[in-house]
Design a binder for this molecule. Structure first.
Ligand SMILES: Nc1ncnc2c1ncn2[C@@H]1O[C@H](COP(=O)(O)OP(=O)(O)OP(=O)(O)O)[C@@H](O)[C@H]1O
Ligand SMILES: O=P(O)(O)OC[C@H]1O[C@H](OP(=O)(O)OP(=O)(O)O)[C@H](O)[C@@H]1O
Ligand SMILES: O=C(O)c1cccnc1
Ligand SMILES: [Mg+2]
Length: 559
């Protein structure tokens, strides 16, 4: 998917590429956003100044943290938010009833030059109720943005969180490869998953288009088809291989491999356990090594991992070693990955000693096959020798949870705070245009996020501040922050004249995310029964929420 756009935007005097996916246009919204725009316009309300918060109510995957992602794409949408004549005609034909000419003129002129977007930096660890984006502007335009920005943030944050959770279970030292393209929900699901899994802490992807679009490292092995496509070593016609230093040429690499295989078969250290291996598999490995002598990695489970795949790999690796090449390793794609990785490791260590190959015991073992958080956790508990995981289906489809559930709620209009009530307290919105801070304690961990009204003084280092649960009167705590971080930064200044935050490079977003997770208190991010992170409001905002709540909630009458 090429990063094509409707053309660079000149909105607000800025030039910025459009979203990655050219389908992301102002029409990628729900019909009701356009019907409301028409009704606002009819009522002369379309330019009322509205403030909306984008937030979620519950962390995904039974956890207590979320990684925020998708911001760059939102800003690119906003920067390029203009309707073409064809799009305007389509909207007018589509709206129920007739569409007045004045509305057509209005649509011709809409853009986001008068919209302000404050957001938390992409890759930040975030929590329920805290706005990830605060979008302010003419109500009709901001409503049109609701659906696309939710679409751009929901999956991005969900899959980045899923990736981060896989990273936490796998541990820092393991290599994580995203293999999901074939199983993802369509092309955009796949491209998005590759991008946001990288942010969440994966090292590389197999998705070539994502590698090209975003500069994500590309990695891969080979498939069973490659192995089973060979019938016998006689098929290999070009058998010569230069030494790695170019000093000489081995004219018959196939025979060299065969001679190493028989040495392995006779090796006492291996207890004469290696019998006849599958020769078509050996042919496939030999052929792959001839193609990639510097990057030889073999999928060893096509026929029999221990009886054939591993000894065949070792024979080819030893032959490559004779010519000065270091092999990469093996991939296991079935069976008991804990057991097989342990057995393969033993063989590598024996070969290191028996044939004097320093480092061969550390040959890399990649595992794949329906892996997920649970299987990684089970492997850790059993003990294993896997160095690298290739993970597809469960990761990119977010199998454990279908959606994040971010919402976009009106919190102020024409400077009047608004609230949305609900029988379910967790669904009551937090009114007002707000500022949000993260307060850090003595040990360097963040203690609490606090939301305040826009004009309240900012919490200060060393000064005690009361942090209140937004809805539960008895839950409150004093905090003396050692560090205060303002969470919402200006990413699209509209006409405010403020300086726009730069959109960081993907690698920097990933580094930020990894650092954020390292700085979390471990009990917030553990898998089993994690501790909820505290999200609070200032005393003043608390009082105001409850004043507005009482004001808006009709008093019932008992009969
Ligand atoms: N030691 C282990 N502990 C827990 N789960 C494991 C372990 N080893 C492998 N698994 C998981 O068990 C499942 C095995 O799946 P399945 O039975 O479909 O595959 P298989 O029989 O190994 O291979 P295939 O049918 O593809 O040849 C996979 O999800 C895999 O990730
Ligand atoms: O298992 P996932 O996490 O989705 O990872 C990707 C899988 O895709 C490939 O094989 P594919 O599933 O296409 O075939 P196979 O299972 O029959 O090997 C690969 O060998 C992995 O098993
Ligand atoms: O490169 C691989 O091994 C790979 C890529 C995608 C899916 N399964 C495996
Ligand atoms: Mg599979």
């Amino acid at each position: 998917m090429e990063a094509k756009t409707n053309g660079p935007s000149v909105n607000a005097g800025r030039v910025m590429d459009g979203p990655t996916n050219p389908m992301v246009t102002p029409l990628l919204t729900d019909l009701y956003q356009f019907t409301m725009a028409y009704a606002y316009w009819k009522a002369g309300k379309h330019n009322d100044r509205a403030v909306f918060d984008l937030y979620f109510r519950k962390n995904p995957f039974g956890g207590e943290f979320t990684v925020f992602a998708g911001l760059e794409e939102c800003i690119k949408l906003i920067a390029n938010f203009e309707l073409t004549e064809e799009e305007i005609s389509f909207i007018c034909e589509t709206l129920p009833g007739s569409c007045e000419e004045g509305f057509v003129k209005y649509l011709r002129n809409i853009d986001c030059s008068d919209v302000e977007v404050y957001a938390i930096s992409e890759g930040t660890v975030v929590f329920p109720k805290v706005p990830l984006l605060r979008v302010e502007g003419p109500v009709a335009v901001v409503q049109l943005l609701e659906t696309p920005v939710l679409n751009l943030v929901n999956f991005a944050s969900l899959v980045a969180t899923n990736a981060a959770r896989h990273r936490l279970v796998a541990g820092k030292s393991k290599m994580l490869l995203e293999f999901g393209l074939r199983r993802a929900q369509g092309p955009d699901g796949a491209i998005s998953a590759s991008k946001y899994c990288y942010i969440g802490g994966f090292d590389a992807t197999s998705n070539v288009a994502a590698g090209r679009l975003f500069g994500i490292p590309l990695r891969g092995t080979h498939s069973h088809a490659f192995v089973s496509s060979f019938m016998s070593p006689d098929e290999i016609l070009e058998r010569s291989l230069h030494r790695s230093d170019g000093s000489s040429t081995c004219e018959d690499f196939v025979s060299l491999v065969q001679s190493w295989l028989s040495k392995i078969q006779w090796a006492k250290a291996l207890g004469n356990t290696v019998g006849e291996t599958n020769q078509s598999e050996l042919a496939a490995f030999t052929s792959y090594a001839l193609a990639f002598p510097n990057n030889f990695l073999a999928l060893v489970d096509t026929y029999d991992v221990m009886r054939s795949g591993v000894p065949n790999f070792c024979a080819v690796a030893l032959a490559l070693n004779d010519l000065g090449y270091k092999s990469v390793g093996i991939r296991l794609d079935s069976g008991d990955l804990a057991y097989l990785s342990g057995e393969a490791r033993k063989i590598f260590q024996i070969i290191e000693k028996e044939f004097g190959l320093p480092g061969f015991g550390k040959t890399s073992i990649t595992a794949s096959n329906d892996l997920n958080e649970e299987t990684l956790d089970a492997l850790n508990k059993q003990g294993h020798e896997v160095d690298c995981y290739g993970i597809g289906t469960y990761l990119v489809t977010c199998y454990a949870q279908a959606a994040l559930g971010c919402v976009f709620k009106l919190v102020e209009i024409n400077n009047q705070p608004r609230i949305k009530l609900s029988e379910d307290v967790s669904k009551v919105s937090i009114p007002c245009k707000k500022r949000c801070y993260r307060l850090y304690g003595r040990e360097g961990y963040s203690l609490v996020d606090i939301m305040t009204g826009e004009n309240e003084p900012c919490p200060k280092v060393g000064e005690r501040i009361l942090c209140r649960h937004p809805f539960n009167e008895s839950k409150r705590a004093y905090v003396v922050p050692q560090r205060v971080e303002e969470l919402l930064k200006c990413y699209w200044p509209g006409k405010s004249g403020k300086v726009r935050e730069e959109l960081p490079a993907l690698k920097d977003i990933r580094d930020h995310c990894i650092k954020q997770l390292e700085q979390m208190r471990p009990d917030h991010i553990r898998r089993l029964n994690p501790t909820p992170y505290k999200v609070s409001v200032s005393a003043k905002l608390y009082d105001f929420i409850h004043f507005l709540w009482l004001n808006e909630a009709p008093v019932g009458e008992l009969q």
